[in-house]
Design a protein around this ligand. Sequence first.
Ligand SMILES: O=C(O)CCC(=O)C(=O)O
Length: 242
Amino acid sequence: MNDKTDTGGLAAHAIAGSQSARPAQPHPVERVFEYHVDMTTGFQGALDFRDPEPGPVPLARAARTDLAHGAWVDVLTGWLPEPDALFDTLVREVPWYAERRAMYDAVVDVPRLLKFYAEGAPLPHPALVNAREALTAHYPIPFATVGLCHYRDGGDSVAWHGDNSGRGAHEDTLVAILSLGATRPLLLRPRGGGESLRFPLSHGDLLVMGGSCQRTWEHAIPKTRKPVGPRISAQFRPRGVR
Ligand SMILES: O=C(O)CCC(=O)C(=O)O
């Protein structure tokens, strides 16, 4: 998560969705507060507390798109067949925090809530453990860490960036994203400019970025003025990739 450009205001919509966005400068991060979720504004999907939940569907069914410069993307819609209980647990039980970052001359709110599980940290739901195991069994690099983002509504976003801190800066790597809750598009564009590709991600969908994608492409979740409910993404990364 090297060069995300974050602003709290709607002006960031232009940043996240525009071809002319400037790359952000590295910036200090300030943890602001632990966030308590008001479930009255939570995801309105039917909740399903059946246990055990069915596991992820086989990753061999993922559809691969080869991109330029040695990058590729795998997409598997409906990877988790019954993700409601997972979503509900994450909204309620994850100790979400907000951050503020210095950007240029201002300090701005990071427009989403966050939680990071380092390698070896207990995960908040067994479905995340199963998902990480399934990814590790299918792809050639083991997945170690889990980052969570909570987009409360269409005003939350993540701006153009590549996960190119650490190993992602100079090696091909993998970043797998499990999307839960409201459908939001993940955009990809070649680093340095070019047409962007749009991958709408819905409840239970998986998108895996591979090859040189974190070095040669950027991705973003743009803001939207459309009414959208909350979304959570779980990012699975190999050791040393942020
Ligand atoms: O929420 C997503 O799908 C993307 C999150 C992301 O790009 C990041 O946290 O680095």
